[in-house]
Design a protein around this ligand. Structure first.
Ligand SMILES: O=P(O)(O)OC[C@H]1O[C@H](OP(=O)(O)OP(=O)(O)O)[C@H](O)[C@@H]1O
Ligand SMILES: Nc1ncnc2[nH]cnc12
Length: 177
């Protein structure tokens, strides 16, 4: 049978903590057919829509977002964890399973009215994507949507984003954590 995007994703049990099933996309990215399929399917969802910038979330969103931006012939903008970007930044704190983290974007990375697509590998609680949405909006950008390879619906991220009117695309989903 022909493999789907989901079939290329490896499950690693008890990483990074006991009880977590880590959905590992390195096996998807490493396969030429799998990687192309994932990028093409993400692009398909936005066919005909104006996108000025693709915003990728550290770290695996850089790999996907870079490929998507290249294919769309748009610019690519990184959102990184605190302290990694060299220029002047704006920041948003968000909740992790344990504690808090901070995401940052260069304050001149997006222009008012830019239509942006946020790309990451996986949507879990939605905390990371929610922080990214806030950063893009603070710079005056307009959100086209958020695109992921994987959704973990039980963790509530899709609901968090959709409840604020954000369009969510995910290529596959897994039950549980
Ligand atoms: O929806 P959330 O609950 O916010 O979780 C999703 C985020 O978690 C993972 O990144 P991680 O924080 O592990 O960082 P990394 O990509 O730098 O390893 C994943 O790549 C998303 O960015
Ligand atoms: N189960 C999971 N697999 C990979 N990345 C994640 N980020 C949050 N939950 C995850």
């Amino acid at each position: 049978m022909t493999k789907t995007v989901k079939d290329y994703i490896r499950a690693i049990h008890d990483f990074p903590h006991e009880g977590i099933i880590f959905r590992d996309v390195t096996t998807l990215f490493a396969d030429a057919r799998g990687f192309r399929m994932a990028v093409d399917q993400l692009l398909h969802a936005y066919a005909g829509q104006r996108i000025d910038k693709v915003v990728g979330l550290e770290a695996r969103g850089f790999i996907l977002g870079g490929a998507v931006a290249h294919q769309l012939s748009t610019g690519f903008v990184p959102i990184r964890k605190k302290g990694k970007l060299p220029g002047t930044v704006i920041s948003e704190a968000y909740q992790l399973e344990y504690g808090e983290a901070v995401m940052e974007i260069h304050d001149d990375a997006l222009a008012k009215g830019d239509k942006v697509l946020i790309v990451d590998d996986l949507l879990a609680t939605g905390g990371t994507a929610d922080a990214a949405i806030k950063l893009c909006k603070r710079l005056g950008a307009e959100l086209v949507g958020c695109a992921f390879v994987i959704d973990l619906p039980e963790l509530g991220g899709r609901k968090l984003l959709e409840d604020q009117g954000v369009t969510v695309e995910a290529l596959c989903s897994f039950d549980g954590h």
